[in-house]
Design a protein around this ligand. Structure first.
Ligand SMILES: Cc1cc2nc3c(=O)[nH]c(=O)nc-3n(C[C@H](O)[C@H](O)[C@H](O)COP(=O)(O)OP(=O)(O)OC[C@H]3O[C@@H](n4cnc5c(N)ncnc54)[C@H](O)[C@@H]3O)c2cc1C
Length: 618
């Protein structure tokens, strides 16, 4: 560190810290990983924008998926099949098998850590049904979501935080990571971060860096995501030259409170809630005759949109759908869905025990992210090994020293559409897997700290100084709003090629504004305006990746529905518009020249048989 400090010796507020591993993000994935490392004897730093238990995982309501079979016949093969089908055959089957097989283990581990799951009479963990989860390969809905009332994420975070304290993980709270530290060979040696409280800069040097920064749902205007979900980890990866995978796939959750966007968990429908149109009809019976309201989210969202488009929406403007929970009874609602009751009262002025609540599909989850293998190692195409006969880049290489887990990563288990409860599962399965891999590697390799190059922090300091010295330019929140409005309009539930192409032009035209933000308040202490200005750069990279990747995918798959490419279900070539001949492949977007390349879907599971594609009906 001597080099960096000598260059910036006049800047007393640069601090250098050395760790065995630095994790950016104190949500479910970050803390599951840090726990594994701290238990493995490593010196671990967790850098987090907000207090760990306020990370967005806290908002997760419905449950964590695992085929425990406590309340119905179930096994990991059914879970594997549902997840592959839910992903519309874009998920990598090796990763999906790994996740579904590990699921019961990680849930029992959480139980033993003290996570307060709801219980059945016999003392086993309570499980509720969830969209797209079935038994016997699609026969009927199954209870697979392990729940702590409708506060599962809250219970998870508190459990993991307490275990981390016990094991000595060091938390850097309200520190914002800005950029990765990259050496001349492209290896990652840590991160540069800023302390919100003081404006102090920290150079966190470590042989292992883990990105666990969560989702970027704030690139859209109507979102269930917290304001902190600005895609910082994705922005950091992009600035280090790493591509983003499958960013065209964004999940709309069917039941955001109309007008407010706040989520009402799918657990409501798991407990028996029914979606109704203006005529009171339970319309999902027409779209998904077998599982009805428990169809996966992409299908339910599209069906709701269709009802509204065809004039069967509710309310004076016929622009929302109603969710009916009045038949569940006050006792069930208060026991299983107490937060939903509160949300109904506070955000819709509705007593859900007596009245139906207005809902609309709202952006919720990013299926894409930073590409990784099943150990969480960030993996990029190996261009030296060339393309396969279909022009895809099948060979990958890992970026030394860099891992990504949780919603910011794309491993890819969710493919084109995530099933509810599979995200909390993804966090703990792959947080733990990455942790195990890191501990093994750490034991077996020499990891003396290499001196960081003299210019390692120049790029970040230049970004900060540009903002600090700005005398004119655009207001960060105005630019962020323009990004959000563009994304909402041009990359919604139903897309058209024309809308997406126009969206690309509009997004690219915003670059000049993003590069010329004016920071009026130059103070150091808790300057949230500076943080917001820095976040816009991350939002922008994610928005560009999304818009451009979407405009290039000429088919309908999972959450990416393009009216121009819709086909009937019995179409021989592309049933339902899904074109496996040309498009069963992952998109990779590089910021450099906004280049798009593709890599194949990993079709071979670890031990079980390949789950062959078929039309997706429920
Ligand atoms: C309302 C809601 C309900 C949901 N319900 C469920 C459910 O029931 N079941 C399910 O499986 N999934 C659910 N999901 C999805 C799931 O909750 C998320 O995908 C998951 O919690 C994300 O976890 P994470 O660890 O990746 O990130 P997060 O929990 O979002 O944590 C991100 C962390 O990164 C930190 N961070 C971000 N940027 C920086 C930076 N620049 N510097 C430092 N720190 C940074 C933050 O402080 C935070 O600690 C729900 C999502 C929402 C929005």
């Amino acid at each position: 560190m001597a080099d960096v400090n000598s260059k910036y010796k006049d800047m007393e507020n640069i601090k250098s810290l050395n760790f065995d591993a630095v994790i950016v993000g104190g949500g479910g994935s970050g803390m599951r990983c840090s726990l594994q490392l701290a238990e493995g004897g490593m010196k671990v730093a967790v850098i987090t924008k907000v207090f760990p238990t306020r990370s967005h995982t806290v908002a997760a309501q419905g449950g964590i998926g695992a085929s425990l079979g406590n309340m119905a016949h179930d096994n990991w093969h059914f879970h594997f099949y549902d997840t592959v089908k839910g992903s519309d055959w874009l998920g990598d089957q090796d990763a999906i098998e790994y996740m579904c097989r590990e699921a019961p283990k990680v849930v029992y581990e959480l139980e033993h850590y003290g996570m307060p799951f709801d219980r059945n009479e016999d003392g086993t963990i309570y499980q509720r049904p969830f969209g797209g989860h079935t038994s016997n390969y699609g026969e009927k809905a199954v209870q697979r979501a392990c729940a702590a009332a409708d506060r599962t994420g809250h219970a998870l975070l508190h459990t993991l935080y307490q275990k981390n304290l016990e094991c000595g993980t060091q938390f850097f709270v309200e520190w914002i990571a800005l950029d990765l530290i990259t050496d001349a060979d492209g290896n990652i040696n840590g991160v540069i971060a800023i302390d919100q409280e003081t404006g102090e800069i920290g150079v966190f040097q470590a042989p292992v860096t883990v990105l666990a920064t969560g989702g970027a749902g704030r690139i859209f205007k109507a979102s269930t995501n917290a304001y902190i979900n600005t895609g910082d980890g994705l922005g950091m990866a992009v600035r280090a030259g790493i591509p983003l995978q499958d960013m065209e796939f964004w999940q709309f959750h069917p039941t955001g409170v109309a007008g407010a966007g706040v989520l009402l968990t799918e657990g409501c429908r798991g407990e028996g809630a029914i979606l109704r149109n203006k005529d009171g009809e339970a319309f999902m019976e027409r779209y998904a005759p077998t599982v009805k309201d428990l169809a996966p989210r992409d299908l339910v969202s599209r069906s709701m949109d269709q009802e509204i488009k065809e004039g069967r929406g509710c309310g004076p403007n016929a622009d929302y759908i109603e969710m009916d929970m009045t038949h569940l009874g006050t006792e069930t609602i208060m026991k299983r869905l107490p937060s939903v009751f509160e949300i109904g009262k506070n955000f819709a002025n509705v007593d859900i025990t007596k009245e139906k609540i207005p809902v609309i599909p709202t952006i919720h989850y990013q299926m894409g992210g930073i590409p990784t293998n099943i150990h969480g190692q960030v993996t990029v195409p190996d261009f030296e090994k060339g393309q396969d006969e279909e022009g895809n880049f099948a060979h990958g290489r890992v970026i030394n020293g860099l891992y990504a887990i949780g919603e910011c990563a794309c491993v890819s288990v969710h493919g084109a559409n995530r099933l509810g409860t599979n995200s909390l599962l993804d966090l703990v399965v792959f947080g733990r897997a990455a942790g195990k891999h890191i501990v093994d590697e750490f034991r077996n390799t020499d990891h003396t700290y290499k001196p960081i190059a003299i210019d390692a922090v120049d790029f970040t300091m230049d970004r900060l100084n540009k903002l600090q010295n700005s005398t004119e330019g655009y207001y960060a929140q105005d630019v962020a709003d323009e990004i959000r409005e563009t994304m909402q309009y041009h990359a919604g539930v139903f897309r058209t090629q024309k809308l997406m192409d126009e969206g690309v032009e509009k997004i690219l035209a915003l670059e000049e504004k993003v590069n010329n933000i004016h920071l009026e308040d130059k103070s150091q202490v808790f300057n949230t305006a500076r943080i917001e200005a820095l976040e816009v750069a991350n939002l922008y990279e994610v928005a560009k990746a999304t818009m451009i990747s979407a405009s290039k995918r000429h088919e309908c798959r999972g959450a990416h529905t393009v009216l121009d490419y819709e086909r009937p279900l019995d179409d021989d070539y592309a049933p339902n518009g899904r074109n496996d001949h040309e498009w069963m492949k992952h998109t990779l977007w590089y910021a450099d020249g906004n280049t798009i390349i593709y890599k194949p879907v990993r079709k071979v599971p670890l031990t079980t048989d390949y789950c062959k594609p078929k039309p997706r009906v429920y």
